[in-house]
Structure formats: structure tokens, C-alpha cells
Ligand binder design. Structure first.
Ligand SMILES: C[S@@+](CC[C@H](N)C(=O)[O-])C[C@H]1O[C@@H](n2cnc3c(N)ncnc32)[C@H](O)[C@@H]1O
Length: 346
């Protein structure tokens, strides 16, 4: 076996063993074209540890009862790209249609004025803090609301940065200057998220593939799981989406990544169409539609801008064909991405 300092090469068999282990544990699936990516990430870690072979490293991860090295591996293989106000059309739909509707229903109802939002796969915190800002703006200081934003990720390294709440550079590029001034404290070149937003968000390390644990989250009004399931196999997506469905309150809504779709994954949700955004809803009064979906849809008008004041994005009639059109576009984009990834091989 090669030793440290040698030109080490991860064999396809070793790669597949590690890849299958990651898939089984964390749901992420790496095609054979990701061999070199995994090799380069593991090699650095093995050098740090003084581990000579991929096989030794694999055993170290697999048989470490403390799970410490498994968490290190997750830090290495996850893609944590994120930024504030990511995907403006979706956030417009959330801020001007989804959220006001939920708030209005709760105002009218007799239940507690609680808003429960879940950012599943929150990476370094930009998504849940963005949602916190939008909720603050929507509530306009109205008293009596209890807001909980649950944010989790498998990567402890990402969560560490999320909890610090300090940002600079490109991640802030879509933050409106007024929002930056109102919700961040400037410290040198960095911007620290203000306590009034930070206190809304609770970060918890969680592996979404451990779906038993997801059942501790109940009565969610909104779930954001964006750009996370894209790394999972369909089998894992189905399992997790089923768990999300169970975690949503009746009437609860889910937003996934712009280039993702639940086509072939779940028919349990009612599909709502907004301009540039699809929202998946667990219908009021329907306890379990799993496998019997009607994907109804609505069209909408939108206004651009992650500015503090947003014009409402409305759902309106006649959108079924538009929704299908959007789904087809998403599917075509995914196919193109897969082909490209295959060609690049990395
Ligand atoms: C590309 S980031 C997306 C962040 C954010 N949702 C957004 O759209 O900007 C994907 C995140 O999913 C996390 N992730 C991947 N597999 C996961 C799993 N099994 N459980 C929890 N988080 C996971 C990664 O660590 C990463 O931070």
C-alpha cells in the first residue's frame, strides 16, 4: 500500500466503498465522476492525521464510536455554498404571499400566535437569518408573537460559523443597504447579525438522513430545504420528503431549491405557483395524501427586490400549464447539469 508522501490514488473500489458509506449514513450520493474530488479532500485530512491509506482512513471513520471523524468527513464532503437573500423570486413569494397568509390565519384563529419555520440544511446561517429578517418585517413589531426558526445542518463547521453570525464579502451582495443598516452591526469589514434576529434562530446539528429524529419537529408552518436534496439519491429524497410532510402543520408550506423538483419524489403536496417560485403545501384538513397528489397550481405576479418593502406576489388562476412548464424547465436544467457534470468529471 502507498504511504504518506507517495502519489496516492484512490481506487474505484475504495471510492465506491466510501461513497456507499456516505450515502447510507448521510444520504449524499457521489457518482463515479466525483472520485478525484473525494480523493483530494480525503488526502488532506489523512495528511493531518498521519493516516497512510484510504482503507485505514475509512476504518477510522467507520469504527470511531465517538463519530468525531465521521463529522470531520461531513465537513469535508458537504458543499456549503449559500448567501443572504438567495433566490429573490422565492423569497418574494414567501414574504408577500406565504407568510402574510399564515400570519393572517393565525390572527383570526384562536390558537397561539406562533410561527414555526425550519431551515433544513442551513449551512453557515444566511438562509435562517434572511428568513428572520423577513419575518420581523412582516410582523412590523406586532406584540404577542412567538417566532421560532429552527436551523440545522450536518456540518458542524458550517454551524459554528452560523452561530458566530459574522459575515463579510460576497455573501452580503444581495442585501439591501437599508436591511444591512437595520439588521447588522458593522465591525471593521464584517457585519454581525443583530441580536433581535439572532435570538429567533436556534441552530441544531442534525443529519436529515436520520429521519427518525426529524419527527421531533412538528407543526411547522414553513419548511425551507433549498439546495440540499440535490445531493441526495431519489430513495433518500423520498424518505426525507415524507418526514417533512409529517412535520408540517396542516396548511404548512415547503420551499425547495429553484433547480429542484419533487417530480417523481412525492405527490402528497398541493402545488402553488408564484412567479418564478413553486411552493408545496400540505393541504388543510387532509391528513395523508401521500402517493395521491393532485398538483394544482396558480399563477402570480411578482415585484423584484429584496428591499424592505415588497409588493405582494399573488397566486392567481390559470397557472396549471405554467406550473408544468416551470417543472419541465427545472427538469431540463437538471438533465443539462447532470450531463455537464458527467463531462467535467469532477
Ligand atoms: C448548498 S448548502 C445550501 C444552504 C442553504 N439551504 C441555501 O440554499 O443557501 C447545502 C447544505 O446541506 C447540508 N447537508 C448535506 N447533507 C445533509 C444532511 N444529510 N443533513 C443535514 N444537512 C445536510 C450541507 O452541509 C450544506 O451546508
Amino acid at each position: 500500500m502507498p504511504s504518506i508522501g507517495d502519489q496516492r490514488t484512490l481506487s474505484i473500489e475504495e471510492f465506491r466503498t466510501i461513497r456507499d458509506f456516505i450515502h447510507e449514513k448521510a444520504g449524499m450520493y457521489f457518482g463515479d465522476n466525483k472520485l478525484y474530488l473525494i480523493q483530494s479532500r480525503l488526502t488532506k485530512r489523512m495528511d493531518q492525521l498521519g493516516v497512510a491509506t484510504y482503507r485505514d482512513y475509512f476504518y477510522r471513520v467507520k469504527y470511531d464510536t465517538s463519530q468525531r471523524e465521521f463529522h470531520e468527513l461531513m465537513n469535508l464532503v458537504t458543499t456549503n455554498e449559500t448567501y443572504y437573500f438567495r433566490n429573490e423570486p422565492q423569497l418574494d413569494a414567501f414574504a408577500t404571499a406565504v407568510l402574510p397568509e399564515i400570519i393572517e390565519n393565525k390572527r383570526k384563529g384562536r390558537g397561539p400566535k406562533t410561527l414555526r419555520i425550519w431551515s433544513a440544511g442551513c449551512s453557515t446561517g444566511e438562509e435562517p437569518y434572511t428568513l428572520g429578517i423577513l419575518v420581523k418585517q412582516a410582523l412590523k413589531g406586532e406584540a404577542g408573537w412567538n417566532v421560532e426558526i429552527i436551523a440545522n445542518d450536518i456540518s458542524e463547521k458550517a454551524l459554528h460559523r452560523a452561530r458566530a453570525g459574522e459575515y463579510e464579502g460576497a455573501t452580503l451582495r444581495y442585501v439591501n443597504p437599508v436591511v444591512l443598516k437595520d439588521y447588522f452591526d458593522k465591525e471593521g469589514d464584517a457585519f454581525r447579525i443583530k441580536r433581535e434576529i439572532k435570538s429567533l434562530v436556534k441552530f441544531v446539528q442534525l443529519n436529515l438522513n436520520e429521519t427518525r429524529k426529524l419527527s421531533m419537529y412538528k407543526n411547522l408552518d414553513v419548511i425551507f430545504c433549498r439546495n440540499v436534496m440535490i445531493y441526495f439519491s431519489d430513495e433518500v429524497k423520498r424518505k426525507i420528503v415524507r418526514a417533512f410532510y409529517q412535520s408540517l402543520a396542516n396548511g404548512g408550506q415547503m420551499l425547495i431549491g429553484h433547480s429542484e423538483t419533487l417530480h417523481g419524489i412525492s405527490k402528497a403536496f398541493k402545488l402553488k405557483y408564484y412567479k418564478g417560485a413553486l411552493v408545496y403545501m400540505k393541504e388543510e384538513g387532509v391528513t395523508d395524501r401521500a402517493g395521491h397528489a393532485t398538483e394544482s397550481s396558480k399563477s402570480a405576479t411578482s415585484t423584484p427586490g429584496s428591499a424592505p418593502r415588497r409588493a405582494p406576489v399573488r397566486a392567481s388562476s390559470g397557472g396549471a400549464s405554467k406550473a408544468l412548464e416551470l417543472l419541465a424547465k427545472i427538469k431540463a436544467k437538471q438533465d443539462a447539469q447532470r450531463t455537464l457534470a458527467g463531462k467535467i468529471g469532477g
